[in-house]
Write a protein that binds this ligand. Structure first.
Ligand code: NAP
Length: 326
């Protein structure tokens, strides 16, 4: 594993971080049981992953807590989030604090390393800054968490407007940001600011559905070509990113996707979400490989650098009917 420093938190974190939300939720989202989920977490630990991201909304805090029980607490970096629905900008400070206390209980820990507000839309940011952050910082003084962070709601904020404000406000030490091969605008809009202000970055959406679901990429390319946003030749190609896979290049489009994010200047931790042991192994291997060849990176920037908000799937309902954010 490679390790880096998470912005001004000073935390030493693995460059690959296990995301326990998304569509997989450690496999719980696709019908696997808790023993399977714990196996995924332990396999990640065995490969040197020390950063784990969860959220009150994911329903994975308790399983993460149980899986980490055997690990000395200081050896892992636990990130979780207060639920903060996009449509509910009036969430109260009291409910954020109650959620923090519940998260500590679910995780079975005395402190959280990075406590984040979850999916803050630009229109909710003033409330987050002026009402929620001061209340949470008082809880931080009591030792309930070490660092305050904030995650954007990618589908509703594809221009990263919220994070651009958050970087300058000095309160948030970590930001969770969407970035992938066909949604590259954080390079210009976000990373110069996170780097200037020492905000650590957790990267989400490296693969999501667009690069993992068969047919999704080709369908997206056809839509983009219809709108004149990518060359028609890409829409006509059943394997539109196949040019990335070659000797000396990527071994697959997913390999390319994780390497693309990993080596972007300003990207600290690449979160990957999976409920599959083989995917876990290959994703970590990809994240540890060198950058994609320069001609491929130039081509990706030329073909897709202008796109905004492609492949950012909105939250959905889990089988249990729970709203799964992130
Ligand atoms: N606003 C927010 O706060 C927010 C929003 C989004 C995400 N997040 C965080 O970021 C984390 C990462 O996002 P994500 O879960 O969407 O991760 P991701 O790594 O971008 O995509 C994961 C998806 O790709 C599949 N996949 C992963 N590796 C694969 C492989 N090698 N081959 C084929 N398919 C593969 C997974 O299915 P399998 O289970 O089959 O591998 C899953 O459906 C989340 O878990 C969450 O912690 C936060």
């Amino acid at each position: 594993m490679d390790y880096t420093t998470l912005g001004r938190t000073g935390l030493k974190v693995s460059v690959a971080g296990l995301g326990t939300g998304g569509f997989s939720r450690l496999g719980l989202g696709t019908g696997k049981d808790e023993a399977h989920a714990i196996g995924i977490i332990h396999a990640a630990l065995d490969l040197g992953v020390n950063l784990f991201d969860t959220a009150a909304a994911y329903g994975t805090e308790a399983v993460l807590g149980r899986a980490l029980r055997t690990v000395p607490r200081e050896q892992v970096v636990i990130c979780t989030k207060a639920p903060f629905a996009v449509g509910k900008p009036d969430s109260t400070a009291a409910s954020a604090i109650a959620s923090l206390d519940r998260s500590l209980e679910q995780l079975g820990t005395d402190y959280i390393d990075v406590y984040q507000l979850h999916g803050i839309a630009p229109g909710a940011y003033d409330h987050a800054l002026q009402v929620l952050a001061p209340a949470l910082l008082r809880e931080q003084e009591k030792g309930k968490f070490r660092h305050l962070g904030i995650s954007e709601t990618a589908p509703h904020d594809p221009e990263h407007l919220m994070v651009q404000r958050a970087c300058r406000d000095g309160v948030w030490e970590v930001a969770m940001v969407s970035f992938h091969m066909m949604h590259q605008n954080a390079r210009a809009n976000v990373f110069p600011l996170t780097r200037r202000y020492g905000v650590g970055t957790l990267m989400m959406f490296a693969v999501r559905n667009i690069f993992s679901q068969p047919g999704r990429l080709a369908a997206t390319m056809r839509e983009l070509a219809t709108d004149g946003l990518v060359p028609q030749a890409l829409a006509d190609d059943p394997d539109p990113l196949g040019f990335l896979v070659h000797d000396g290049g990527a071994s697959s489009v997913i390999d390319a996707a994780y390497r693309f994010v990993r080596h972007e200047p300003g990207a600290d931790v690449v979160l990957f979400g999976t409920g599959d042991q083989a995917h876990l192994n290959s994703n970590i291997a990809s994240i540890l490989k060198p950058p994609l060849p320069e001609p491929d990176r130039i081509k990706l920037a030329r073909l897709f650098g202008h796109l905004v908000g492609v492949g950012l799937d909105a939250p959905h309902l889990s089988r249990a009917g729970m709203v799964v954010k992130g």
